[in-house]
Design a protein around this ligand. Structure first.
Ligand SMILES: *Cc1c(COP(=O)(O)O)cnc(C)c1O
Length: 384
């Protein structure tokens, strides 16, 4: 049987409690969702601002479909680059204070394309060990020399930079670490770039729309601006839609356009989605109360969970992981919440280091204080 080996591998995963499974949603993404036929209060999406089913965005999607149809029909460089894509790129660039931007169909593709276009054989890529899988895959694909440093360990990074003499140097990092919720030390990273003549690629998947004035992201949060910065953000999380962009100096963006294979060899995303993102950008910028609500809920959750036997991780973002430790224990806790009508995913190795299984609680501006109180109550019940 050709499948015996694959079946054995799957059985082994299952025995370790590591089999990944999907659940079927029947409602829009939001605070109250129906999953596999049952209703839940959800703390498991990256829709941090509650825009994924915002009426203005839905109307923009419908208008976009009427104007442009459904499919883009080609890659950007053939005939799939529409007016809505073009306008979105210039508005995104201005929003994050960069001269130019390039749209990608997904954050995963943006990271693959950006790293591969900016670093190759003979160059070196420096990466935080807690970076997102897409950045890890990107550096492997680039064929540059790979230097990983301990999470936020600037001394080790400086040492690695010091030892590297030849080629281009590119530091890549999550701005908000997706399974921990903490921030990269962006000012320190940029200072190291200045000292060692390196570039810094910042993946702001979880900061864009959430951090900084008007949701302009992590660079705005830290007040950073430098031509050495290559900024990447995704548009399927706080922006509530789909896709991603890279923003940087014009020359860097032109280099991506010429060399990023995940940009060149893929069909452009539907132009109606770009139209929807233009509407999202307006809502995201103008409805400051959404970020205010998030800050309030984060403080409420952290105060409410302080006395639990499990530790909240040091995060000031809407990603609030509760460190449980063992895989089975994390799964049991997630299932206990589910039995109480609350959906919070357990995150296990290899997504996080061994022995650090956790509940990944994510908050949304669409949550109310009563919703958060319900989660706090359920976790206290389960701790008893
Ligand atoms: C989600 C995520 C991505 C991938 O973005 P998609 O648009 O979902 O492909 C990249 N980097 C980080 C840090 C993420 O959290």
């Amino acid at each position: 049987m050709p499948f015996t080996e694959l079946q054995n591998e799957l059985n082994e995963r299952a025995a370790q409690g590591l089999l990944r499974r999907r659940h079927v949603l029947e409602t829009p993404q939001g605070v109250r969702i129906t999953v596999d036929g049952s209703p839940y209060l959800s703390f498991c999406s990256n829709d941090y601002l509650g825009l994924a089913n915002h009426p203005q965005l839905m109307a923009a999607l419908q208008a976009g479909a009427r104007r442009y149809g459904v499919g883009a029909g080609a890659s950007h460089l053939v005939s799939g680059h529409f007016a809505a894509h073009h306008q979105l790129e210039s508005e995104l660039a201005a929003f994050v204070n960069k001269p130019a931007a390039l749209l990608f169909s997904a954050g995963y593709l943006a990271n693959l394309g950006a790293v591969q276009a900016l670093a190759g054989r003979g160059d070196a890529v420096f990466a935080d060990r807690f970076n997102h899988a897409s950045l890890n895959d990107a550096m492997l694909l680039s064929r540059a020399e790979i230097k990983r440093y301990r999470h936020n360990d600037m001394a080790q990074l400086a040492q690695l930079l010091e030892q590297t003499k030849s080629g281009r140097k590119l530091i890549i990092t999550d701005a908000v670490f997706s399974m921990d919720g903490d921030l990269a030390l962006l000012p320190e990273l940029l200072a190291l770039c200045e000292k060692y003549n390196a570039w810094l690629l910042v993946d702001d998947a979880h900061g864009f729309g959430v951090l900084g004035a008007e949701g302009r992201g992590s660079l705005a949060h830290f007040g950073l601006d430098s031509p050495r910065l290559i900024y990447m953000a995704t548009l399927g999380k706080a922006a509530g839609v789909s896709g991603a962009f890279v923003a940087a100096e014009k020359i860097a963006i032109e280099t991506l356009l010429q060399h990023a294979r995940s940009y060149i060899y893929t069909t452009a995303s539907p132009p109606a989605l770009a139209g929807t993102l233009l509407a999202s950008l307006n809502v995201l910028r103008e409805e400051e109360w959404r970020r205010g609500q998030l800050r309030k809920l984060i403080a409420q959750l952290r105060a409410g969970l302080a006395a639990l036997p499990w530790q909240l991780m040091p995060s000031q973002t809407p990603i609030q992981p509760l460190l449980v430790g063992g895989n089975e224990q994390a799964v049991a806790l997630s299932e206990g919440l589910r039995a109480r009508g609350i959906w919070v995913p357990a995150i296990r190795p290899p997504t996080v280091p061994q022995g650090t299984a956790r509940l990944r609680i994510s908050l949304s501006a669409a949550h109310s204080e009563q919703d958060v109180a319900q989660l706090i109550g359920a976790l206290h019940e389960l701790a008893r």
